[in-house]
Design a protein around this ligand. Structure first.
Ligand code: EPU
Length: 408
């Protein structure tokens, strides 16, 4: 277990640079296994991505990761049997199913892990694979896919799912039939993956949440630069609106319009150009309802909860049932929060330092933000959960004046 000590209550001032998107990198690294070669720039060095890189190299591909660029050469890609234990630890490992079935008649992989934020089934992935003509055998600890004959089908997702949309698109890369997918997820990470699928030769047309895809027999090599992480951008924007005068370099603005609106509604002073500068101002009441994109992202709900401790607010969480676990930890700081099913009522609170435990990636970061806000010394345990998705977060925060350090 890793822990940090935060001596909070200090104003922050300086520049933060945003890394590439974690949730785009994970699928695009898996996609890199399909052509002969791929080069991916701006790959963030967070723990989930580093684990994914290790898994990919354990399959035989030659992988080099240097200065945030990943080079993948699949000449020696030998197996679709993903034996690497790390696959159990990250959610995104399920993208190996859709990617590897293009190369092997059989793919075997551990059931995916990921943050504990509520029920995270993969039934949409499995149902769609079976419809397409891929046999799926689910055991207690792993999943086996067997390639069959492609069927000409139309697939309607019960609700939009980032993972299922991308995985099913991957499984159709070499399908000659035109397949129609309806009610797909249109999160920016899905749109970015579609951009890369087009680069390798897959034909895709997208109108609203309906997509037509026709695969390709010849898969072209690709080069791609990962977009800036919209959730990391939103997190540091929220921090700036609470504590300081922060300049954000390489922000993802385009995918954060609603988030920026909320920050303005909260009362922060914000200047948007190619960088964003943000200053705290008056704290106002805000209400957040999480929804699929273009709605407010569930991944920023816990982060914005900390803003509400200064200005009151309400959250309705519509994507993951258990994403209020971190709110129980916030209560240790004295946060006045009431959770009723998928609703959290958050009141302006008298906060005090405390020792708390990270519950998940985004919830963990919300605890760091709260500790930065509170005068005195707090300890946050299990910060390895934060390292899953926030590259180098301790140093980034130190650079803008935070008194924060690892204690073991
Ligand atoms: N769902 C099902 N069955 C499925 C798939 C999804 O019922 O087969 C449900 C889920 O339970 C959930 C909803 O559909 O209620 C949406 O889930 P989705 O599949 O979109 O989520 P995911 O692909 O598992 C990704 C991100 C999450 C992010 C969500 C929503 C990755 C690796 N993870 O998860 O990111 O919260 O989309 O945008 O891309 C994070 O970065 O902290 C994180 C948790």
């Amino acid at each position: 277990m890793k822990s940090i000590k935060v001596n909070g209550g200090k104003k922050l001032n300086g520049t933060i640079r945003i890394d590439g998107s974690k949730n785009s990198s994970l699928p695009i690294i898996c996609l890199a296994l399909v052509p002969d070669k791929a080069v991916i720039n701006n790959v963030p060095n967070n723990e989930d991505v580093l684990k994914m890189i290790k898994i990919v190299s354990s399959l035989g591909s030659k992988v080099e990761y240097k200065d945030n660029t990943l080079y993948v050469d699949n000449e020696n890609l030998k197996t679709g049997d993903v034996k690497n234990e790390l696959a159990k630890e990250i959610r995104g490992s399920y993208y190996l199913m859709g990617a590897l079935i293009n190369k092997f008649n059989e793919v075997k992989i551990a059931s995916p892990g990921g943050c504990i934020i509520g029920k995270r089934p993969i039934n949409f992935h499995v149902d769609a694979f079976q419809k397409i003509g891929i046999e799926v055998i689910e055991n207690e600890n792993d999943i086996i896919l067997k390639k069959g004959k492609f069927k000409k089908v139309q697939i309607n997702f019960e609700k939009p799912s980032v993972g299922a949309t991308i995985n099913v698109l991957f499984s159709l890369i070499k399908n000659d039939f035109e397949t129609i997918l309806t009610n797909i997820s249109i999160e920016p990470e899905v749109i970015e993956v579609i951009e890369v699928l087009k680069k390798i030769g897959v034909k895709i047309e997208l109108i609203n949440r309906t997509l037509k895809i026709k695969g390709t027999k010849i898969v072209k090599d690709f080069k791609h630069t990962i977009n800036s992480d919209r959730i990391e951008t939103g997190t540091y924007l929220a921090l700036g609106s609470l504590l300081g005068n922060i300049k954000i370099e390489r922000p993802n603005i385009i995918d954060n319009i609603l988030v920026i609106d909320k920050i303005m509604e909260y009362g922060a002073e914000i200047n948007i150009g190619s960088t964003i500068t943000i200053k705290e101002n008056e704290f106002k009441h805000i209400k957040i309802i999480t929804e699929e994109y273009p709605g407010f992202p569930t991944d920023l709900q816990q982060i914005f909860s900390v803003l509400m401790l200064k200005g009151n607010g309400t959250i309705v969480e519509n994507i993951f049932s258990n994403r209020f676990n971190s709110h129980l930890e916030l209560q240790k700081f004295g946060a006045n929060i009431e959770v009723i099913n998928n609703l959290a009522l958050i009141n302006k609170s008298e906060l005090r330092p405390a020792e708390v435990n990270c519950t998940d990636l985004r919830g963990g970061m919300s605890l760091v933000m709260a500790a930065l806000l509170i005068e005195g010394e707090s300890v946050i345990n299990k910060v390895e959960l934060i390292e899953r998705g926030y590259p180098d977060f301790v140093n980034k925060l130190k650079k803008i004046g935070a008194d924060i350090e690892y204690i073991n």
